[in-house]
Design a protein around this ligand. Structure first.
Ligand code: NAD
Length: 440
């Protein structure tokens, strides 16, 4: 069985390399020739732990190739995974389905043998049924093209592990033959006991957005509570530990801080609201408006806190921003709280030095006017406040003794609640965190 993966971004490149690791011959397809060239040379155009090695290994053996040609893909693949982007549409909360529609229409028209199209992109509920019709209508005479929906749950930073050994797999399939093909594709995971939930198209699509909406809600819940602990002088970490010990709640995703970002959670909750409104059930997910507001409020609150720490004005003040990626172990800066906060501080007059272990280059493309430096030491030298915004291991393990001789003023804002307040204040830093008592 031969596999194609349409769209070779974060999801698609990971999926293609993982499918090769599972023993399939794989062809990755992208409309971006520069990306295809880089991948064909075994160069990963983004940072993802372990993926570069996997890519090189399978490009070298010839099991994994890349192309811009749908014609080649249509002749090659028995299963075509669709992993193109579904970004937020300009001027709207809805998902932009242009790329998915183009990919499905093109591959169905190009297929010269019977095949299954397996959608992985995150799409508004109702898309799969429409795309199944589009695929059938675009297919050549005598070629059977059927569609299934197989949403992706990988986390950037753990993408390979999540693809090879997921917690669960979900398949929206309304055709027994296509389901059987997908069971063959995932035979290795099924043998290892990974649960596979087979359902209708709509439920499969909704599982993905429901999972992201739940995670976003959990983060905004603890961030809302951190506004309260801050108002009364309580401690959000202790609160999260205490409620997290209740196994009905669980401790994961209860880390208060600057909030969520990235290419998925923010756009997915907005797209769900937009889709619910189109379906006439807007009120069902109205709470997600508040989840979004709480999240965006964190960024303004962080800027206000930095301003306060600098005596009421940031103008001309030296601010060290640690982190630009939306999360550690990733160079993805899409809707990154860290980068947004850095840009906001710069726009109100601060001198901002940004250091991210992997995301400086992507951040510079988005906000070229910030000063990007290539080490932690360079960022904090002369700083009047250090602001930790992405919880990279390098920042979690830095010490006050390391920073003290370099900074101009020993004060730190821990935007991710990952440092030990006692340790930093004992070493002479004034320590602030979102949702915790300040130490001076
Ligand atoms: P991305 O922007 O990194 O990659 C999308 C790729 O699709 C780009 O390389 C683009 O050039 C290519 N493309 C666009 N139109 C194409 C076409 N017609 N044919 C072939 N290629 C085309 O996006 P991503 O982060 O990989 O996300 C892709 C989808 O997966 C989205 O729907 C996203 O919500 C979903 N998803 C992403 C993640 C994640 O962690 N990144 C996790 C789960 C689900």
């Amino acid at each position: 069985m031969k596999i194609t993966v349409l769209g070779t971004g974060y999801l698609g490149a990971t999926h293609a390399a993982s499918m090769a690791e599972m023993g399939f011959e794989v062809l990755g397809v992208d409309v971006d020739p520069a990306k295809v060239d880089a991948l064909s040379r075994g160069e990963l155009p983004f940072h993802e732990p372990g993926l570069g090695e996997l890519l090189r290994k399978h490009v070298d053996t010839g099991c994994l190739r890349f192309t811009t040609s749908y014609e080649e893909a249509g002749a090659f693949g028995d299963v075509h995974f669709v992993g193109v982007g579904t970004p937020q549409r300009a001027g709207s909360f809805a998902a932009d389905m242009r790329y998915v529609d183009a990919a499905v229409g093109s591959i169905a028209a190009a297929a010269t043998k019977d095949c299954v199209i397996a959608g992985k992109s995150t799409v508004p509920v109702g898309s799969a049924r429409r795309l199944a019709d589009l695929a059938r209508a675009s297919a050549r005479d005598g070629v059977d093209v059927s569609l299934v929906w197989n949403p992706e749950f990988l986390r950037e930073g753990y993408a390979v592990e999540d693809t090879l050994t997921p917690d669960r797999m979900v398949l929206g399939a309304e055709d027994a033959a296509a389901e059987a093909v997908m069971r063959r594709v995932y035979a290795r995971q099924l043998e290892a006991g990974v649960p596979l939930i087979v359902t209708d198209f709509e439920t499969a699509e909704l599982v993905k957005v429901a999972a992201n909406a739940f995670l976003a809600t959990k983060i905004s819940f603890i961030n809302a509570l951190s506004e309260l602990t801050e108002a009364v002088g309580g401690d959000i970490r202790t609160l999260a530990d205490a409620i997290g010990l209740d196994e009905r709640i669980g401790r994961k995703f209860l880390n208060a801080g600057v909030g969520f970002g990235g290419g998925c959670l923010p756009k997915d909750i907005r797209a769900l609201r937009a889709r619910a409104a189109e379906l006439g059930v807007e009120q069902s997910v109205r709470f997600l408006a508040e989840v979004d507001d709480i999240n965006v409020r964190r960024r303004g609150h962080t800027v206000d806190t930095v301003t306060q720490m600098l005596g009421g004005s940031v103008v001309g003040k030296q601010v060290a921003v640690l982190g630009a990626a939306f999360k550690p172990d990733s160079d993805d800066v899409r809707d990154s709280p860290a980068l947004d906060i850095a840009a906001r501080l710069h726009s109100i007059g601060a001198e901002v030095a940004v250091y991210d272990p992997k995301a400086n280059a992507n951040a510079a493309k988005r906000y070229p006017r910030l000063d990007y430096v290539d080490s932690l030491e360079a960022a904090v030298t002369g700083a009047e406040v250090v602001v930790l915004l992405t919880e990279w291991a390098e920042f979690k393990t830095m010490t006050p003794e390391q920073l003290h001789p370099l900074v101009a003023v020993p004060q730190i804002l821990d935007g991710r609640n990952v440092l030990d307040p006692e340790r930093w204040s004992a070493a002479g830093f004034s320590y602030r965190a979102l949702g915790r008592r300040a130490t001076v």
